[in-house]
Write a protein that binds this ligand. Structure first.
Ligand code: ATP
Ligand code: MG
Length: 470
């Protein structure tokens, strides 16, 4: 089973990993590099964390590594894992093991340490992740992972139904690896994914959130929604109603899910595949409020009044329960909230949009404004062909936003040329909410282009409005 030469591997294991292998072997144990490093090295991908699997029990492993002067942290000893640190690099070293039954579809009830590395490879999820490498013995590849890697296939190790039933998270991992590597999913594995997708119900939301972020980061969520809708909709059940949802509109060529797939793909095209994570989340969720807001007018046309607001509320709920960072959620949901606001290629319209975005995601208005244009452009080209002209208008808007930036855009009260102290001194009022209200009004006037953002102009406006209120 051991295959010879491995010379064609683009990356050789780093010296610190080889040192761990050497120490374990000199002490009479077996040790192999396993999992992600082997997979990525075989396809020439950049260096990856090194995981080592060994015949040594974790206590023995820790003992011999320490005796060789290597720092060892007991990071997961219940599962046989210790972390060796050398040359400032961490290497996880795990005893050969198999997993017992999974009565909760999440965690194995127990792990058993075993003597043969092949048994350890058998418990791994996909053939491309179930290879072990040793600099002298070569590649150990009992499931033909290398063949699947070359063919671009994600295939479960063993019976896919059983493997997905054991651990529900594997269905999302399958999609994440397929997206990350641009692979397809082998037919039997694909059928099992559909059947077992509901197993995600038992998985912690935080872990689902991490996997969905992992999928979004590949820029291929559109592929995932198209090919594995059951998996993605089980991960985020609120997406389910979008599947096949007829928009009953002359503006739309696609149902809500098809439209969303086009928007996700278009965002990647317009950003050359380096869209931010919050923009990707926004593309995924931008129309999630549509199914619940459909109304049909007297001519039989569909409308979705309030869908951006509902979408942003749903987005906050979804991303919140996944425990994703607030700054990510706020930015994504600000884009969802305002993606359908009418905007025009005028300075005033752009300033209003900037102020709204700043309120929804403080500190991020300027970057979000450019991303809003990208989202709107993606939205426009994913409707009927007759909507595509709007993309040209959006180009003009983007230019205006750049111009605003050049001039030092005013998007929040603290950008004004006067501050709270000036308001207190000039109006002779005490500190309190009134000061904030006055500043907000001044901000509004600057945003609307009624007053210039200079100290002189703002003080004049302050006096003018104070007299008006007397
Ligand atoms: P990544 O680049 O995403 O870290 P990786 O292959 O290193 O990829 P990890 O999640 O770090 O993935 O896991 C390391 C290895 O452990 C995998 O390659 C796989 O062999 C195994 N593995 C991890 N999670 C599971 C799982 N849920 N079920 C079965 N095997 C798993
Ligand atoms: Mg890893």
């Amino acid at each position: 089973m051991i295959k010879p030469a491995f010379e064609d591997v683009a990356y050789q294991p780093p010296a610190y990993a080889l040192r761990v292998l050497e120490v374990l072997e000199q002490s009479g144990y077996e040790a192999w590099i396993v999992g992600g490093w082997v997979r990525d090295a075989l396809c020439g991908a950049p260096c990856h964390d090194v995981d080592i699997t060994t015949s040594a029990l974790w206590e023995d492993c820790a003992r011999v590594l320490r005796a060789a002067g290597i720092t060892v942290h007991e990071t997961g000893t219940a599962h046989g894992t210790v972390t060796a640190v050398l040359e400032g690099q961490a290497v996880e070293v795990t005893t050969y093991r198999v997993e017992g039954t999974y009565s909760d579809h999440r965690h194995p009830d127990e792990v058993h340490f075993v003597r043969d590395v092949r048994e350890d490879l058998a418990r791994r999820d996909f053939t491309i992740n179930a290879m072990a490498y040793h600099p002298e013995h070569g590649l150990l590849d009992p499931y033909d992972g290398r063949r699947d890697l070359a063919a671009g296939i994600i295939r479960a190790v063993g019976d896919p139904r059983r493997r997905f039933a054991e651990d529900g998270l594997r269905v999302l991992r399958a999609v994440r690896f397929a997206c990350r590597m641009g692979f397809s999913i082998e037919e039997e594995t694909h059928v099992a994914l559909k059947e077992c997708a509901h197993g995600l119900e038992d998985i912690a939301q935080e872990r689902i959130g991490q996997e969905i972020c992992g999928i979004l980061e590949t820029g291929r969520i559109g592929w995932a929604l198209h090919h594995e809708p059951d998996v993605i909709c089980s991960a985020i059940p609120e997406l389910t109603d979008m599947l096949g949802f007829d928009q009953r509109s002359t503006w739309h060529a696609y149902d809500v899910m098809e439209h969303t797939i086009h928007v996700c793909n278009a965002v990647e095209v317009f950003t050359a595949g380096v869209a931010s994570l919050h923009l990707r989340w926004a593309a995924l969720l931008h129309d999630i409020g549509k199914p619940a807001t459909l109304s049909i007018d007297e001519n039989g046309f569909g409308h979705f009044y309030g869908h951006p607001l509902l979408g942003s509320i749903m987005g906050k709920r979804i991303m919140g329960r996944m425990g994703l960072p607030t700054s990510l959620t706020d930015r994504a949901c600000a884009l969802v909230r305002y993606h359908d606001n009418p905007v025009r290629p005028t300075t005033r319209s752009m300033r209003r949009m900037l102020a709204l975005l700043e309120e929804a995601a403080p500190g991020h208005a300027l970057s979000l404004a450019h991303e809003m244009i990208i989202l709107k452009r993606a939205d426009a080209v994913s409707k009927q062909p007759k909507c595509a002209w709007y993309a040209v208008e959006l180009d003009k808007m983007d230019t205006i936003i750049w111009e605003e930036r050049r001039q030092g855009a005013v998007v929040r009260v603290s950008d004004l040329a006067i501050g709270g102290r000036d308001v207190i001194a000039e109006l002779g009022i005490g500190p309190g909410p009134m000061v904030g209200m006055v500043l907000s009004q001044l901000l509004q006037a600057v945003v609307d282009g009624e007053v210039a953002n200079t100290r002189e102009a703002l003080l004049t406006e302050l006096w003018r409005s104070a007299q008006e209120h007397e």
